[in-house]
Design a protein around this ligand. Structure first.
Ligand SMILES: [Zn+2]
Length: 259
């Protein structure tokens, strides 16, 4: 079954422009340079889920008309990937059903502490709105008719969960794999890889991957289309697109495809 994928946001933690309307090296006249915080929307005819609810989640749901949300998957607990979680309340008020939240043990623990009111009933007026599900590394899961697989990712000091849906890999935020062979096996055969290349202009970035790291891994993974995400205000879409290898492209907000 083919799924529809929409990159809701592809920015680094600041967004582009940064607060105060700082566009850095990005040309403000190119709409592809306007980047909200990273998130992916995955949709089947029956099911709608997002990976991460970052700082811009509310605006993203309005822009794309996301009026159904059956689950949220989290990559890791950095603010730019989780801070919009409060806005899941609206979906629960509509459906009267708790939203399943999938995250690795560390991330879920953080969410349940930080946003305890979402997971625990505080009174009859403030019932629990979400239910937590722990994601194990290299596990297989499904939300209704959308199946996905996880793999373990290192992002500096943070443990991140990577996802595979059908022929699409989503690996944000990412510096390296903790067990490269296992992760490559999990991703082998994908057609499209959406991946953190926050180190595009800074090879030694300690927490985000460079292009050469991604190319080395993709030599084994074999994705024919690689979409680079986690893009900062230093990365101008047009300027940095020039010179990318064949099959590689920069993400932009609203990029949508079926696979
Ligand atoms: Zn992060």
């Amino acid at each position: 079954m083919s799924l529809e994928y929409t990159i809701l946001g592809c920015a680094d933690s600041h967004g582009v422009p940064r607060v105060g309307n700082d566009w850095g090296k990005c040309d403000p006249r190119n709409p592809k340079n306007a980047r909200s915080r990273a998130s992916l929307w995955v949709k089947s005819p029956q099911t709608s889920l997002v990976v991460d609810t970052g700082t811009d989640f509310r605006a993203q749901t309005i822009k794309h008309g996301i009026n159904q949300l059956d689950a949220v998957l989290y990559s890791h607990a950095h603010s730019d990937h989780i801070a919009g979680i409060d806005d899941i309340r609206h979906y629960v008020h509509q459906t009267k059903a708790k939203i399943p939240i999938y995250a690795n043990k560390i991330c879920l623990k953080y969410l349940m502490n930080r946003y305890d009111y979402l997971f625990q009933s505080k009174s009859e007026f403030y019932p629990a709105l979400a239910e937590g599900h722990v994601l194990e590394d290299y596990g297989h899961y499904s939300v209704n008719d959308i199946n996905f697989q996880t793999y373990d990712v290192v992002h500096g000091h943070e443990k991140t969960t990577g996802f595979r849906f059908g022929d699409v890999g989503y690996t944000l935020d990412f510096k390296e794999f903790s067990a490269p062979k296992k992760a490559i096996n999990a991703l082998k055969g994908i057609k499209t890889w959406i991946v953190d290349c926050g180190g595009l202009l800074f090879e030694n970035n300690p927490v985000h991957a460079s292009l050469s790291i991604i190319q080395d891994l993709n030599a084994s993974i074999g994705a024919e289309r690689v979409i680079l995400s986690s893009l900062s205000s230093y990365i101008d879409y047009e300027h940095e697109t020039i010179g990318l290898p064949d099959g590689y492209e920069l993400a932009y907000d609203g990029l949508s495809f079926r696979n």
